[in-house]
Design a protein around this ligand. Sequence first.
Ligand SMILES: [Zn+2]
Length: 203
Amino acid sequence: MSYALFPDDVLFFQRILRADGLYAGNLDGQWGPKTERAAKEFEKLAEEIRIKTRTYDIRSERSLSTLCLKAQKEARLFLGRVIDGGLNVRIISGTRTYAEQNALYKKGRFGNPGPVVTNARGGFSNHNFGIAWDIGIFTPSGGYKADGPEYEKAAQKGLSPEIEWGGNWKKLVDKPHYQLRQHFQIAELRSRFEEGNPFILPA
Ligand SMILES: [Zn+2]
């Protein structure tokens, strides 16, 4: 079921498909034969990447499936290195549509129950373009650890030249956050994503 990935937002999915070079049709939010073909191709290629790397826990797999294909590959290889390094880690978050990002932004604001979890509205987070993922560290019994030295260790084990770590950011340190290294600032990324122009560097 190719429709399952971003069922409420065909336009968003078309932009992801375009970013992967799979969709040359109009960015019109209409699910037609071109979108269907591109979605099937996306699934096929994602499956090939999974088979060439490995299969992870359900939550990681769900998060990975929302990423652009190059990010899927790099995130899978990253996760393998971190797990082989002895850490109990999962990918707990991947791509968010603008609507999902806006819903997250409202948490802890405008009278909604908190805490505040993001400073980014829809279109202003790297998670909105298919290139970013967040990890969670878990105890042997499955408890989530929101911070701890394991987050530095994960970066030591997992980073590669293709990947940028939020723990190295100067303004807002974000240790669970990783993304494909790329050339563009967020405003340029957003306009390229929305207009269907390339922004993912070739491997
Ligand atoms: Zn993040």
